[in-house]
Write a protein that binds this ligand. Structure first.
Ligand code: HEC
Length: 117
């Protein structure tokens, strides 16, 4: 009986010590995670031609989000444009295709872009 009680007390103490230790490691609130779509955008060649809020070679993603806002087929249209390349919507400079990215990855990026309007 006494034995069990001592074990339990030790367990609680250990848990509290561990919680205090973890709190010590993270004195500041953990920063909000970058959305997976934004992460993929940053890790791919997109950044050489696109920025969120200004045109580089390609349109800003805010402009893309505005143009396609409320269009029911925005996601498949944009996924297709990124996957197979596109020209003519924003000018005569073409976007190259992206066979290196999976449909799921491109969909993730496009869903993030459409939140930027
Ligand atoms: C070499 C430059 C270049 C790269 C790299 C590039 N883009 Fe583009 N992107 C463009 C250009 C130019 C256009 C405009 C095409 C047009 O007028 O139809 C465009 C258009 C777009 C559009 C709008 C398509 C439409 O139909 O209106 C989206 C969305 C987009 N890019 C996303 C991406 C993503 C995501 C990546 C990375 C995986 C990427 N782009 C990489 C140049 C680029």
């Amino acid at each position: 009986m006494t034995d069990t009680w001592q074990h339990e007390a030790a367990g609680v103490t250990l848990t509290l010590a561990l919680a205090a230790f973890i709190a010590m490691l993270f004195p500041f609130p953990v920063r909000a995670a970058v959305p997976p779509g934004e992460q993929l955008f940053q890790n791919n060649d997109c950044v050489t031609c696109h920025a969120v809020d200004h045109k580089i070679v390609g349109p800003s993603f805010e402009d893309v989000a505005k143009k396609f806002a409320g269009q029911p087929n925005a996601v498949p249209t944009l996924v297709d444009a990124v996957k197979n390349g596109h020209v003519g919507t924003w000018g005569m400079v073409p976007m190259p295709p992206h066979p290196n990215l999976s449909d799921a990855q491109i969909t993730e990026i496009v869903n993030w872009i459409l939140t930027l309007k």
